[in-house]
Design a protein. Structure first.
Length: 684
């Protein structure tokens, strides 16, 4: 059994590096073309790519025309292939090359898989274009015309057909399939059926001459194929050296994954190029697993899929550390690009407003009640409430806003709450909860009622409960709806007071908005002047206030509590939440990705709201510590709170925690399996 790669290697965590190569060629000169192919194959192997894809008919050139029927060219192609096979024994990458193959009395346009001194298989082109500048049927036979499922190449009898799946035995989930140029342009491409049959890496060897606008179309086509089939799509087009008698060539090289372009080479280059990318096989498997309609489609085409044949191979995985080159965003819920981020914020805000407006219209209520603390969450909720009134054509005074100072409320947050309620145009109220909270503490015989500084969970939750109790009774009095303010991150970590506390409301607007995005919703409101200049000033103050529940008195006016000191840095815990909720990743993989994203590297991807002195880095030990805390909270200790959540709109593909939506889990589950996997597989 092969030794497992070290923790620091991308090959241990569901990734694989692949390459697309575009060599310079000479028409009808297989010896030269084989030499260029070998040079790029060695370059790709030096980059630790386990699969390298070359263009269509790259050994002979696509533009050989009727020279394909010349015996001299056929003999030269055979000799070139023999050389490739022989030298592949010392090259640590799997080669996929394009060549004409004479077999069964026909000539086929083939993609050939070569590795370790062996030919593993050959896939003939299925669809031969015979329109406009193309007339391939003049020279070639289509895959459907094959008479045998094996051919001889370089003295070896090898599998032959468009239905071959090359399956890696040492990289889980790495299954690749070959199609050739036009095959990817037809309504039902062979790669689509291959994906349903299990292929995760779809390979297209292409010639594809260039005309105006075609590069954009190819890019869209490859990206859409990768999205539709939840796969990686590797595309290599013929480049410099093909005949320009009637056409031109740009050598476009693309690697796409699930709708995204991971890498693209330079077009019209005179020099050889190798483009690499690290494909996330685990993500592709997770998406296919969750999309039940993918499995339904497999079922509906099972007779067609039964024709596929698997060819097993062992990929040349490097034994040592191979660092991931792929960009892993530190803030998966927050786009780094400002324009994209503003679009995201606008979309989230509109979903929140539409959800609340629909709920008010459905129950026939025209008022809402909301508690305003001067913190980020209640600020976003108040903005949503005000904009909802605008949408419904109602006065903002129908937003009944209450700030309720307690034992530890700072003058800064209290002042910000007062200013914000006034600036928004809500009907502002202030209710001091200290008398009622003191009475409750007395009823409980709690020492704090007698002035003893016992600041335990009871002391904190008495205040939280008093606030929510007031809000519900006020809603009864005014025929209004209580708006919840808690966010997705707090729900994930259980950082909310259950029952009659901030856990409960008639309708929540932030419940699927993570803490890392909340701040940007406030900033977006400032930038768009959504509430006016007076509101803008107080919003800037709120943005720079430390996140705190303000339930325990401190020295002076500074908060004595820090939420992040208790439950971990929200920026890191949101990363953990995204990976677990969106993909169901192993804890060791989450730790690997978090360390890659948050280690001490200047990647220039910090969102602009993060001040330079707050741009934290986390080593692997810190990641492991806070991930363990997250797993305990999320899996084991806080699900009972999420099982009784009030209604709230889902806003993002990153998921929600509603028991009626994305997340349905038992309240008494154990986190042992997750914690054990983390402890065993992540070094200290």
């Amino acid at each position: 059994m092969a030794q497992q790669p070290p923790f620091e290697s991308l090959y241990r965590h569901g990734f694989a590096r692949v390459a697309v190569a575009v060599p310079p060629v000479r028409v009808a000169d297989p010896g030269f073309n084989a030499e260029q192919t070998l040079l790029l194959a060695r370059r790709a192997a030096d980059e630790h790519a386990v699969l390298t894809v070359f263009p269509e008919l790259g050994i002979s050139c696509y533009t050989a025309d009727d020279l394909f029927h010349q015996d001299a060219l056929d003999a030269a192609v055979r000799e070139a292939l023999e050389r490739l096979v022989a030298e592949s024994a010392s090259i640590d990458t799997v080669l996929v090359v394009g060549a004409p193959v004479r077999a069964q009395g026909r000539l086929f346009n083939c993609g050939i898989v070569i590795h370790g001194g062996r030919v593993l298989g050959a896939a003939p082109k299925s669809y031969l274009p015979n329109y406009r500048e193309f007339y391939e049927k003049r020279q070639f036979a289509a895959a459907r015309e094959a008479l045998d499922d094996h051919v001889e190449i370089a003295g070896q009898r090898v599998p032959f057909g468009a239905d071959l799946l090359f399956t890696a035995t040492n990289v889980p989930g790495f299954v690749f399939h070959l199609e050739i140029c036009e095959d990817g342009w037809v309504p039902l491409p062979p790669s689509g059926f291959a994906a349903l049959a299990g292929a995760s890496v779809l390979v297209n060897l292409s010639a594809s001459n260039i005309v105006v606008g075609k590069a954009d179309f190819r890019r869209d086509l490859c990206g859409s194929h990768s999205a539709l089939y939840m796969a990686a799509y590797l595309y290599s087009a013929a480049g410099n050296g093909e005949s320009t008698t009637d056409m031109a060539w740009d050598g476009q090289a693309l690697i796409c994954e699930n709708g995204d372009v991971l890498a693209e080479g330079d077009r019209f280059g005179e020099l050889a190029q190798v483009v690499t990318a690290d494909v996330d096989l685990q993500r592709l498997a997770a998406d296919r697993l969750r999309m039940t309609s993918f499995a339904d489609t497999v079922h509906d085409h099972r007779d067609r899929l039964a024709r596929f044949h698997r060819v097993e191979l062992e990929l040349p995985i490097p034994a040592g550390r191979v660092r991931l080159r792929r960009e892993i965003p530190r803030f998966p819920y927050v786009p780094a690009d400002p324009a994209s981020r503003n679009e995201r914020c606008a979309e989230v805000h509109n979903i929140q407003v539409a959800g609340l407006a629909s709920r008010l219209a459905a129950i026939g209520s025209e008022r809402v009640v909301i508690g305003v603390s001067g913190g980020l969450d209640s600020t976003v909720a108040l903005i949503v409430a005000a904009k909802t009134m605008d949408r419904l054509g109602l006065p903002r005074s129908n937003v009944l806003a209450y700030t309720m100072p307690g034992f530890a409320t700072s003058s800064r947050t209290l002042d910000d709450a007062r200013r914000l309620m006034r600036a928004v145009g809500a009907t502002a109220h202030e209710t001091d909860i200290r008398p009622s909270a003191t009475q409750m503490l007395k009823d409980l015989n709690h020492p704090a009622a007698e002035g003893v500084p016992q600041y335990d969970i009871t002391y904190e939750n008495v205040q939280a409960g008093e606030r929510t109790s007031h809000l519900f009774r006020l809603a009864n009095m005014h025929d209004a709806l209580v708006i919840g303010t808690g966010d997705l991150s707090e729900l994930a970590l259980g950082w909310c007071t259950f029952g009659v506390g901030d856990h409960m409301a008639h309708y929540s607007v932030n419940a699927s908005v993570p803490k890392t995005l909340i701040k940007y919703l406030v900033a977006w409101t400032i930038e768009t002047d959504g509430l006016g200049s007076e509101a803008g000033e107080v919003l800037k103050s709120i943005l720079t206030t430390e996140i705190s529940p303000e339930l325990v008195p401190g020295d002076g006016d500074a908060p004595a509590q820090s939420s992040e000191a208790s439950v971990g840095p929200y920026e890191l815990q949101d990363f953990h939440l995204y990976q677990l909720l969106r993909f169901g990743d192993l804890p060791s993989r989450i730790a690997y990705l978090a360390h890659h994203a948050w280690s001490d590297r200047d990647r220039g991807s910090w969102p602009d709201l993060v001040p330079a002195d707050q741009r934290h880095e986390y080593d692997l030990a810190a990641v492991k510590h806070w991930l363990a805390e997250f797993l305990r909270c999320f899996i084991q200790t806080s699900q009972f709170k999420r099982s009784t959540l009030p209604n709230a709109p889902k806003v993002g593909s990153g998921g929600s925690l509603s028991p009626r939506g994305d997340w349905r889990a038992p309240s008494d589950a154990s986190a042992a399996a997750w914690l054990d996997e983390l402890a065993r597989n992540v070094p200290d």
